[in-house]
Design a protein around this ligand. Structure first.
Ligand code: G3H
Ligand code: 13P
Ligand code: ZN
Length: 341
């Protein structure tokens, strides 16, 4: 039952030339698509759940879907992670639900408040054996709106919002966080850039130096592949100017600079939407949900397999399981308390 924390994954990814894909789940088809792809590629994976996903699907349903996935794939290293947690109460709910990892995102707060909130989450999660990811710097896409910036204003002044490597060292020391999401020019959603993206690889390099041993995380890492946007637009969609992070830059951030976790949500949404639109447009008489959600799930499998190669995590499952066994199979205490072992 290799449901685990991210510790054995990051131990190997840190200097192993690969990153673990963290994919957002919102329903059964998406979860199955991700897990099937990782099983086919023998890749470790992180299933991540946002506050919005908890609300949409009802956490009770998601929990059982994920448990079924874990049960169905006893040889797959899986971590369950809260994506963009914003309060202590939400973190506590996730601990009770048996998450093995949580993110507290205090990046939109003033620095001192981010430190205080993150340190409090670490104090709450660590006794339960749960690891904590935090964030420093401001990403584009969604986060710039939170701090009241317009997209153009953000893009023009992006340098100002990127993670400061020396502040990252201070943040790590004062919070005891287990991994850190950094702002290096990526952005959430399907409309990331007006011009070709160029990630600030130097920030990764410098933060690896100021924070040796701290696993770094990239959010906003969907590539928004042109062929999926074209399919969506061909079959009645309207997504002009969608643009993502080029896959070769993500590959370099992972294999050359050492990023350990890469978050992908938008590309799964695009794959599912493109396929469903195609079925609706080409088979207008179709009304059985299995006949459009099924192809949608297949499209997610294809998309995730492509990502696992980009992240170089295909084939790494066995090594992660061995590392997990070496560490003494640490599982959060709350997972056991939640009655899910
Ligand atoms: O970074 C955000 C993730 O894509 C989750 O999005 O809050 O719409 O579930 P959501
Ligand atoms: P994308 O919107 O680029 O897929 O990013 C997802 C993400 O960062 C989830 O936390
Ligand atoms: Zn994110």
């Amino acid at each position: 039952m290799p449901l685990m924390t991210t510790r054995p994954m990051f131990d190997l990814a840190y200097d192993g030339g690969f990153a673990v894909g963290a994919f957002n789940v919102n329903n059964m088809e998406i979860t199955q698509g991700i897990v099937e792809a990782c099983a086919a590629e023998k890749s470790p994976l992180i299933l991540q759940i946002s506050k919005g996903a908890r609300k949409y699907a009802n956490m009770r349903y998601l929990k059982h879907i994920i448990d079924a996935a874990v049960e169905d794939h006893p040889d797959l290293p899986i971590a369950i992670h809260l994506d963009h947690g914003d309060t202590i109460d939400l973190v506590k709910a996730c601990l009770t639900d048996g998450f093995t990892s949580v993110m507290i995102d205090g990046s939109h707060h003033p620095y001192e408040e981010n430190v205080r909130l993150t340190a409090e989450v670490v104090k709450t999660a660590h006794p339960a054996g749960v690891l904590v990811e935090a964030e420093l710097g401001i990403l584009g896409g969604i986060e710039e709106h939170v701090v009241g910036l317009k997209a153009e204003e953000y893009e023009k002044n992006v340098e100002k919002f990127l993670t400061d490597p020396s502040q990252a060292a201070d943040f790590w020391k004062r919070t005891g966080v287990d991994s850190l999401a950094i702002a290096i020019g990526t952005s959430h959603g399907a409309y990331k850039f007006k011009h070709e993206a160029k990630l600030a690889m130097g920030r990764i390099e410098q933060t690896m130096k100021t924070c040796p041993g701290l696993p770094l995380v990239m959010h906003g890492s969907s590539s928004v592949p042109r062929e999926f946007i074209d399919l969506i637009n061909k079959y009645g969609g309207n997504m002009p100017n969608a643009m993502g992070v080029p896959e070769d830059q993500i590959h370099a951030a992972v294999t050359k600079y050492g990023v350990c976790k890469v978050n992908i949500d938008t590309d799964l949404r695009l794959a599912l939407t493109a396929k469903i639109r195609e079925v609706f447009a080409t088979k207008p008489a179709e009304f059985d949900p299995r006949n459009y959600l099924g192809p949608g799930r297949e499209a997610i499998i294809g998309m995730v397999r492509r990502k696992l190669h980009m992240l170089n995590s295909a084939g790494k499952a066995e090594a992660v399981i061995q590392q997990w066994q070496k560490l003494g199979k640490p599982l959060p205490i709350f997972y056991a308390k939640a009655g899910r072992v």
